[in-house]
Ligand binder design. Structure first.
Ligand code: DUC
Ligand code: ZN
Ligand code: ZN
Length: 497
């Protein structure tokens, strides 16, 4: 039998195991794992010598915004499907799940989905799926959930508790949760109190506090912990409907989540590199520079970072996703500098689009930090995402005959020396990185998608093409058997309230 690809002399890592193994690939699948060196002499079209470096499942990043209209009125997020996924594979990510946004003015969510398919088709370097973003949960939208999950392969959606253009009221959140529950759709929640944000923003502006750093003040931690608590309460009212709190940034919210999990509620949580590697000091730079780190929730304090690392290690957070949501810095029409004027020389923080690039730096930053075991690194950056979003075990693992041959080959320890992260080594369509100048110890050497080398750092960089990525129809979530809890609860019953 001839293989398509053999990777020899690597140390394979999954969410549970670390072992020196050779990997053989055929017809886009992993077909064999065997003791290190034993497949070196096999008949194969291509042989890669990992030279002792780690071999991990491809990254699965289920929180990315590509080609989305900006919530701030002008333009859209900077990366297209082409440039965003090019950046993904250069950073070791082989699967993304992006958002299909329904605007408030649209009543059909299936139309929103079809529009997003148009943008992505034949335009993606990595495999991709969609979450629905629900801004208008009208009767028609809710009635389409069934088709969404059963036919279209979209088994998750996101809702917002903030931003005028997107914010749902509690009654609307309950309607979404109930319909999501009936169709085994996982509901992702952006938990920040939008009314408190609006009020604080008014107060800060009245006091003439406009600089980028006041974005941090306007998103005080209490906005997040209050909304997180409310989201958990609403989930429990609808007979414990599973929810996922996205981009959790601060310890009070993390503690509330932990308590709910301990009580057996189906509450899941995600955090992002910006809450591990940036702080509020990064928002407090001369002039308008701080805008480069404006995201929501904002970066917090060093002590908070420690708590978020702890939550990642102890399982409070199942996921480390990028929340890649870039806006150019310099472009006057759609970028962050749009809000600069003679009257406002340091801009107005309320007009800075919220979001930063990070699809390519997620894995290298987390890998280089060496603050998690390798198995935990794989778990939170790949395996859990695949499970939570209905892609496992096709994605997120290395099971012969079952898992796609999506792989990252890392450099052997120390082989690279220090790499300085600068924006010109990245492949996104953004004119900055918030991590400019950081030192990293490793980077994906090869990124392989369904058996094909897409990224070869020493042999041409991005070597795959943008039509190779496929749309993934997703199954319902399987992490921690979340829909079993729902089965046990039985249907939502008004008599039980
Ligand atoms: N929420 C996100 O999930 N991404 C970017 C901006 C935001 O508010
Ligand atoms: Zn959000
Ligand atoms: Zn996001």
């Amino acid at each position: 039998d001839e293989f398509d690809l053999v990777i020899t002399n690597g140390v394979c890592v999954t969410a549970t195991d670390v072992a020196p193994l050779d990997v053989a690939v055929k017809d886009e699948k992993i077909v064999r794992l065997a003791p290190s060196g034993s497949l070196k002499a096999s008949r194969t079209k291509r042989l890669i010598d990992a030279e002792g470096g780690f071999v991990t499942p491809g990254g699965v990043d289920c929180h990315v915004h590509l080609q989305e209209p900006s919530m701030f009125g002008k333009g859209s997020s900077a990366d297209t499907y082409e440039t965003g996924t090019r950046s993904a594979i250069a950073g070791g990510t082989t699967t993304v799940v992006a958002f299909a946004p329904q605007q408030k003015s649209l009543d059909s969510v299936l139309t929103a989905l079809a529009n997003t398919h148009e943008l992505a088709r034949d335009n993606s370097y990595c495999d991709y799926g969609f979450h629905l973003l629900v801004a208008n949960p009208c009767a028609r939208a809710l009635s389409e959930f069934q088709q969404l999950a059963s036919t279209e392969g979209v088994t998750s959606l996101k809702i917002y508790m903030t931003y005028e253009a997107l914010q749902l009221r509690d009654n609307e959140i309950l309607s979404v949760l109930l319909e999501a529950r009936r169709n085994s759709i996982l509901t992702m929640i952006h938990a920040e109190n939008g009314d408190v944000l609006a009020w604080l923003t008014e107060q800060l502006e009245a006091a003439k506090l406009f600089a980028p750093k006041y974005h941090g003040h306007s998103h005080a931690p209490i906005l997040e912990s209050e909304a997180t608590n409310r989201a958990i309460a609403l989930s429990s009212l609808v007979a414990d409907t599973p929810i996922l709190l996205v981009h959790v940034s601060e310890p009070a919210a993390a503690l509330r989540i932990r308590a709910a999990q301990t009580a057996g509620q189906p509450i899941f949580a995600e955090t992002c590199p910006q809450y591990l590697f940036l702080t509020r000091d990064d928002l407090d730079q001369p002039g308008f520079e701080g805008a480069k780190c404006v995201c929501a929730p904002p970066p917090r304090d060093a002590e908070d970072q420690k708590a978020i690392w702890r939550g990642l290690r102890n399982g409070t957070f199942a996921l480390l996703s990028s929340d890649h949501c870039p806006f150019r810095f310099d472009d006057a029409e759609t970028g962050k500098k749009t809000c600069l004027s003679e009257e406002y020389p340091v801009g107005r923080f309320r007009h800075i689009p919220n979001g930063i690039p990070g699809i390519e730096t997620r894995l290298p930053l987390a890998f280089s930090a060496r603050k998690m075991e390798m198995t935990k690194f794989v778990e939170v950056t790949s395996t859990n995402a695949a499970k939570l979003y209905g892609l496992y075990p096709r994605k997120g693992s290395l099971i012969p005959g079952v898992s796609d041959a999506d792989l990252v080959v890392w450099y052997p320890d120390g082989a690279l020396g220090d790499i300085t992260l600068t924006n010109d080594i990245l492949h996104h369509d953004v004119d900055y990185t918030p991590y400019e100048g950081r030192k990293l110890q490793n980077w994906p050497r090869f990124t392989i998608l369904r058996g094909r080398v897409m990224w070869d750092r020493d042999g041409g960089g991005v070597v795959g093409d943008k039509s190779y990525g496929e749309f993934l129809k997703r199954q319902k979530s399987t992490l921690n058997a979340i829909w079993d809890t729902v089965q046990e609860e039985g249907p939502f019953d008004l008599e039980k309230l």
